[in-house]
Unconditional design. Structure first.
Ligand SMILES: Cc1cc2nc3c(=O)[nH]c(=O)nc-3n(C[C@H](O)[C@H](O)[C@H](O)COP(=O)(O)OP(=O)(O)OC[C@H]3O[C@@H](n4cnc5c(N)ncnc54)[C@H](O)[C@@H]3O)c2cc1C
Ligand SMILES: *[C@@H]1O[C@H](CO)[C@@H](O)[C@H](O)[C@H]1NC(C)=O
Ligand SMILES: *[C@@H]1O[C@H](CO)[C@@H](O)[C@H](O)[C@H]1NC(C)=O
Length: 480
């Protein structure tokens, strides 16, 4: 069998997982990453260019498990479980909102730790070559060639042949740019009016300053502070806020009065001097989302992870969705191989025509689902910064939790479907809409029944005939 070669652009979370999958399926893999190798101590700080930690949940874990259950087990040893949200009121009062009635939880994990682990894992497969300090410049997809600049050699050009080019080069993907220039792709990129800044919260008396098994939120309506635990007993806190408010504070304005007014308990734990210094030193990140369709170009190129679907971080699904991309592509490729009568899972043996079918199917199904989670992530910002303290929201949440306990398959809360199942995202939205409709109807019927029941009781007491109301009640029940 001739060697099948895949070039993966980007050695972030998704690119390094994709390298493992392709190698396991018999492909020769060349992974190109523009940054130096963050596994080397002298480059370790480069890893922290973005959020320091993130939440991994079922979809991400499922992709690790399919590759190798031992890998999932190793990742699980590195995480801190978060069982719910801890809501911090202005007066310092904390209240816990569990994520799931059956105790399912999400997990905080260090970004750099996870990338290092996945790069090590990829390097362990025969057939994988990692090229650091190589920046993707352009590609001729039809000819199967990608060109990189070797940053360690003054940008010297390196041309590489590939049967398949994987763009895992993040939200500002240059591979995507090249695909766009083919003129066959729908594409949109949107910046939201909010930005973020990270802070740290040191341990207190050698222990976590807050309950480590929660994702802490200080919801303040139009903005919020959140905190996720790290294994070194610190918390990473992130302030999300409209740019207008960042600007109102001024370029070198004092953030401390703002914290004192809105997050006094957090400020006490973080320390005024540290908050001031970190606000001045840390970059302010922008928040954007990307949708594109298709995710593929013929049988020559595919976008995975943020390159295909950058999203705002409010559902904790960006990486999870990217990992699920990799699993989903692998499922389709192995199925098509099986249908062609080969049972060994070595997708490197797919013919060009079969690969084309696999990529077409992947894009057709996946682009609908990634578009759905991009929307859900956007909506969840409002939930986190405002709705978590809203009574109607909390009432529905409780009712749904109860119904989920009674009918675990029929009624599933939205957060549970997204974070604790692998139900395709688009299907999640459909199921959620059906449930909402059904809930509203049931509530209406219950209210009508209660009103009618009350009226009947009153009429009995007064000795009036109740027959007409009975039929009204039957009609209301029938309508629901
Ligand atoms: C504040 C914040 C919080 C988040 N929290 C969560 C969370 O809790 N849970 C979650 O699942 N997700 C979260 N995310 C999203 C998550 O970070 C991304 O979805 C994830 O990093 C995507 O991985 P990726 O490998 O696709 O892209 P990236 O992580 O962006 O990696 C892309 C890689 O490609 C390299 N690269 C770029 N251009 C080139 C080039 N031209 N040539 C060669 N290499 C190149 C980059 O150096 C980088 O290493 C969060 C994001 C942010 C910003
Ligand atoms: C692009 O968008 C248009 C309009 O929404 C749609 O009709 C078309 O099918 C889309 N094309 C792809 C490739 O998704
Ligand atoms: C093919 O992959 C599936 C899913 O990972 C696995 O259950 C099966 O055992 C694999 N078959 C072979 C021959 O490796």
């Amino acid at each position: 069998m001739p060697e099948r070669r895949v070039v993966i652009v980007g050695g972030g979370l998704v690119g390094s997982l994709a390298a493992c999958y392709f190698a396991k399926r018999g492909w020769a893999v060349d992974l190109f990453e523009k940054r130096p190798d963050i596994r080397r101590p002298e480059h370790s700080s480069l890893a922290e260019h973005r959020s320091i930690n993130l939440a991994i949940s079922e979809r991400g874990l499922s992709a690790l498990r399919r590759l190798d259950p031992a890998l999932e087990a190793r990742v699980k040893e590195l995480v801190i479980p978060m069982h719910g949200r801890m809501i911090h009121a202005l007066n310092g009062q904390q209240s816990s909102q569990r994520y799931d009635v059956f105790g399912k939880h999400i997990n905080s994990v260090g970004r750099a730790t996870l990338i290092r682990l996945l790069l090590d894992e990829a390097a362990g497969y025969p057939g994988v070559t990692l090229h650091f300090c190589h920046e993707f410049l352009h590609a001729d997809f039809d000819a199967g060639q990608a060109v990189f600049g070797d940053l360690a050699r003054a940008g010297e050009r390196v041309a590489v042949d590939a049967d398949l080019i994987v763009g895992a080069d993040g939200a500002f993907s240059r591979v995507r740019q090249r695909m766009l220039s083919k003129g066959t792709m729908n594409y949109s990129q949107t910046y939201i009016e909010h930005g973020y800044c990270e802070f740290s919260m040191a341990p207190r008396h050698g222990d976590f300053a807050l309950d480590p098994n929660h994702l802490h939120i200080w919801p303040r309506g139009t903005f919020m502070l959140i905190a996720l635990p790290n294994p070194d007993r610190t918390f990473t806190c992130t302030l999300f806020m409209p740019w207008t408010q960042f600007h109102a504070l001024g370029a070198d304005g004092d953030i401390v009065p703002f914290f004192r007014a809105h997050f006094p308990d957090a400020l006490r734990l973080m320390g005024e001097d540290k908050v001031r210094a970190e606000y001045a030193a840390h970059p302010k990140g922008s928040l954007m989302y990307v949708k594109c369709s298709p995710h593929t170009y013929t049988n020559r190129a595919v976008l995975l992870g943020d390159a295909a679907h950058a999203m705002v971080p409010f559902y904790g699904q960006g990486m999870n969705c990217g990992f699920e991309d990799v699993e989903s592509l692998d499922r389709i490729m192995t199925r098509i191989l099986r249908e062609a009568g080969k049972a060994d899972n070595r997708t490197a043996a797919l013919t060009g025509e079969q690969l084309r079918r696999a990529l077409d199917e992947y894009s057709a199904t996946r682009s609908v689902d990634t578009s759905a989670i991009v929307d859900l992530a956007l909506e969840n910002y409002v939930e986190m910064r405002a709705k978590v303290v809203d009574y109607a929201y909390l009432a529905r949440k409780h009712l749904e939790g109860l119904l989920h306990r009674l009918f675990p398959r029929q009624v599933i809360p939205l957060y549970t479907m997204v974070s604790f199942t692998s139900i395709p995202y688009a299907q999640v939205i459909r199921k959620w809409n059906r449930q909402t409709l059904w809930l509203h109807r049931s509530i209406k019927t219950t209210a009508i029944a209660a009103a009618v029941g009350g009226a009947m009781l009153l009429m009995r007491l007064l000795g009036w005939p109740v027959q007409p109301l009975r039929s009204l009640a039957r009609m209301a029940a029938g309508q629901a």
